[in-house]
Design a protein around this ligand. Structure first.
Ligand SMILES: [Zn+2]
Length: 165
């Protein structure tokens, strides 16, 4: 590794559950080893010790994070158990993958998920309020639909003579 040998390099990840090369480089530059403080998706803080490696990129070697499990270069490592791992070692089962066939996910779940992540990642207020508005519109539309269905059901029962005989 052509990087500067520095000991005790510490970076902080501002993204819950992951370590990104760009964040690390912005804070400590290219180093051989470093400690990254991060918050996992349960909100618990932890420290991980990582090594940097290099990756051939078109015309030159570029710094990369080294996956602690397979030693392959990676731009992003994500929390998996006690470790942070690359995408090859930690296949992504995102909320979208798990829920994409559920009706509630297609209705409002996906928007709620994006809103939560937008807030956690510190995206701008305009992004958050746009998502909140989408969620409100979808929720109100569904409430209206449920209300119409309930009214239809009550009228059907009423016509059948089960209410106020
Ligand atoms: Zn790996």
């Amino acid at each position: 590794m052509a990087g500067t040998v520095r000991f005790g390099a510490v970076a902080i990840s501002f993204r819950p559950g992951q370590v990104r090369l760009a964040d690390v480089l912005a804070q400590v530059g290219v180093v051989d080893e470093l400690t990254v403080r991060l918050v996992d998706l349960n909100g618990e803080s932890r420290e991980v010790h990582l090594r940097m490696t290099e990756k051939w990129s078109a015309t030159s070697w570029r710094p990369a994070l080294e996956c602690p499990q397979c030693q392959a270069p990676a731009a992003v490592l994500r929390v998996q158990g006690e470790q942070v791992l690359c995408a090859r070692c930690r296949p992504a089962h995102t909320a979208h993958h798990l829920n994409k066939n559920c009706r509630t996910w297609r209705d409002e779940g996906a928007i709620a998920d994006r809103l939560v992540r937008s807030v956690l990642l510190g995206k701008g207020i305009s992004s958050n309020s746009r998502l909140a508005r989408q969620l409100e519109v979808r929720s109100l539309a569904r409430i209206e639909l449920v209300g119409e269905q309930a009214l239809h059901l009550v009228r059907t029962i009423d016509r059948a003579g089960f209410i106020n005989p």
